[in-house]
Design a protein around this ligand. Structure first.
Ligand code: C2E
Ligand code: MG
Ligand code: MG
Ligand code: MG
Length: 279
């Protein structure tokens, strides 16, 4: 077991020999087989236009249906997958599955809308991401305008490489969103140097919009600045009507959050879209 986990064996020494480091090694080992065993699954969280109230997109969020431990949230295994390099294989699977699913929905006659896929920095560094995306789009038959890629602000390792890669993707017609906007240290650097279509205001700012006047100011300022730069804005983590009204008043474009829907199965999305289609 230890041998298969390769160079990350050093985790055993760098961390205390606790249950949790043992747990990490076990998960890491099990992850290798999880793809072949089809244990990963995508859930989708709807994104809504704040003016029309229509569903205008979905974000694909990976889950691991572990045979013993049950459903594992991405927060628990994505960091381990990033450390071990497995994020490449998982990321490839997520990208292809999200594109395949979106094309299947379109083929079934549901109203077409983009699917957002979360990317890890490793996917930029370790592979030719734009060729990968191009081949997945070709294989699945999904048009590039129906794919949106979410990048986070920690992805600044090799700015030259990342920005070249993003330019190739935007030239193809794929959308680029900055996820968790405002939590990194290089937000403005991103907007200035990368071809960004949309930013997603992190839910930590949305959460206290009503109680914390500085959060309210920050959110209003992000929206205004983004619009001046011709960048669309979506708010994450909208949980109640007051937050939604605030965002609407400040002309935020879209919202995503438990208030309208948590991430749900593909079957549940089909029901929602089917209902929208009939009306
Ligand atoms: P994220 O991309 O910022 O995704 C939003 C997270 O916030 C999701 O958690 C979602 O369930 C949660 N969320 C949505 N609305 C609300 C709300 O109103 N209130 C609260 N409290 N939470 C809300 P989830 O699915 O557990 O994903 C967590 C993170 O894991 C994601 O954050 C993303 O960074 C990462 N992740 C998920 N899927 C993938 C993937 O396929 N690849 C990579 N690289 N990362 C992924
Ligand atoms: Mg995201
Ligand atoms: Mg986010
Ligand atoms: Mg977030």
């Amino acid at each position: 077991k230890v041998k298969e986990s390769g160079k990350n064996d050093c985790m055993m020494y760098s961390e205390s020999w606790s249950n949790s480091s043992f747990e990490r090694l076990t998960l890491q080992h099990e992850m290798y087989r999880a793809i072949q065993r089809c244990e990963f699954i995508l859930h989708y969280q709807p994104q809504y236009d704040l003016v029309s109230g229509m569903m205008v997109g979905v974000e694909a969020l990976v889950r691991w249906r572990h045979p013993v431990k049950g459903m594992i949230a991405p927060g628990e295994f994505i960091p381990i997958a990033e450390e071990s390099g497995m994020i490449i294989q998982i990321g490839d699977w997520v990208l292809e599955e999200a594109c395949r699913q979106n094309k299947a929905w379109q083929d079934a006659g549901l109203p077409p809308m983009p699917v957002s896929v979360n990317l890890s920095i490793r996917q930029f560094v370790q592979q030719d991401l734009s060729s990968k995306v191009a081949s997945v789009l070709e294989k699945t038959g999904l048009k590039p305008e129906y794919l949106d890629l979410e990048i986070t602000e920690s992805m600044t390792m090799d700015t030259g490489h990342v920005s070249r890669c993003l330019l190739e993707l935007t030239d193809m017609g794929v959308g680029i969103s900055v996820d968790d906007f405002g939590t990194g240290y290089s937000s403005f650097h991103y907007l200035k140097n990368f071809p960004i279509d949309r930013l997603k205001i992190d839910r930590s700012f949305v959460r206290d919009i009503q109680q914390d006047p500085s959060d309210a100011e920050i959110v209003a300022a992000i929206i205004a600045m983004a619009h001046n730069l011709n960048i669309q804005v979506i708010a994450e983590g909208v949980e109640n009507e007051e937050q939604m009204e605030f965002l609407r008043k400040h002309r935020c474009d879209e919202m995503q959050g438990y208030f309208w829907s948590p991430p749900v199965s593909s079957a549940a999305i089909e029901q929602m879209l089917g209902a929208a289609f009939i009306q």
